[in-house]
Design a protein around this ligand. Structure first.
Ligand SMILES: Nc1ncnc2c1ncn2[C@@H]1O[C@H](COP(=O)(O)OP(=O)(O)OP(=O)(O)O)[C@@H](O)[C@H]1O
Length: 247
């Protein structure tokens, strides 16, 4: 079987905050139809690299290429129109709106910003079904557990029909059972052709779900490979000593 197509690639990306190099010449890729993990100890530069990919942070050097196009200087909205969607480490939902309305508003925004015809209600129904949120669609987000609110964020991102989904710590606040269902959801989305990239501290989730993993430490890429390769990497074990066990 041939390797899946590379949808997103960063090359030699550098971000400096004053004297601190948060991202140090990092090259990673994310492929269509797969889940890719981006891991590393606290402060390793994962979110900063994510921000370079989505356009919220301008790199000091290096390149970001999406679908063969250099997007390094493209605004976040243009990247979203090309098929990129993300969720945030801190939940960014409307707490006093229902689950359904939180998802539907993303459809309203898409409809207002594209020429393509979008049936927002039908699309909301499709996404609710796909993400297994139908049973709580009527509840206000303030009344649902954090773990399910994480799924609402993913559902909202899916309303834009992305080709690349970037998730920043999506499993935090989830119970073990919620994490299991969440992994199944992501696996299904990847099987349907989506490229998924997640920053995550839940290493068993990452090891069980991702086909490839990139590891950052102090801003630098210290390993890229399959879960087995990552778990056997001396550089990764060294980086995690005293923080977490690479399971
Ligand atoms: N806006 C900013 N201004 C100054 N320094 C920053 C800024 N954002 C991040 N940093 C610094 O850059 C480094 C990388 O931070 P980043 O948040 O990207 O790491 P991370 O791997 O996502 O960490 P965590 O797992 O704790 O979320 C850290 O030293 C952090 O303090």
């Amino acid at each position: 079987m041939s390797a899946p197509d590379i949808l997103l690639e960063t090359t030699d990306v550098v971000v400096r905050f004053g004297g601190n190099t948060a991202v140090d010449h990092v090259g990673i890729d994310v492929r269509t139809g797969t889940v890719t993990g981006l891991i590393g100890p606290n402060g390793a530069g994962k979110t900063t690299l994510f921000n370079c990919i989505t356009g919220m942070q301008r790199p000091d050097a290096g390149k970001v290429v999406f679908d063969g196009q250099d997007i390094t200087r493209l605004a976040p909205g243009n990247r979203a129109r090309m098929g990129m969607a993300r969720t945030f480490q801190r939940l960014e939902l409307f707490l006093s709106l229902s689950v359904r309305d939180n998802i539907r508003v993303a459809g309203d925004i898409v409809r207002a910003n594209t020429s393509r015809k979008v049936d927002v209600e039908a699309e909301t129904d499709r996404v609710l079904e796909l993400t297994g949120l139908g049973d709580i669609a009527h509840l206000d987000v303030s009344d649902i557990p954090t773990g399910r609110a994480r799924v609402v964020e993913v559902a909202r991102a899916l309303m834009t029909q992305p080709r690349l989904l970037l998730l920043d710590e999506p499993a935090s606040g989830q119970t073990d059972q919620e994490t299991e269902r969440f992994a199944e959801l992501l696996r299904g989305l990847a099987d349907d052709g989506l490229a998924v990239c997640l920053v995550e501290h839940d290493l068993p989730l990452v090891m069980g779900l991702c086909s490839r993993i990139h590891v950052l430490d102090h801003g630098a890429l210290i390993a890229s490979g399959t879960p087995a390769e990552i778990q056997a990497s001396p550089a990764v074990i060294e980086a995690y000593i005293g923080t977490e066990v690479v399971a």
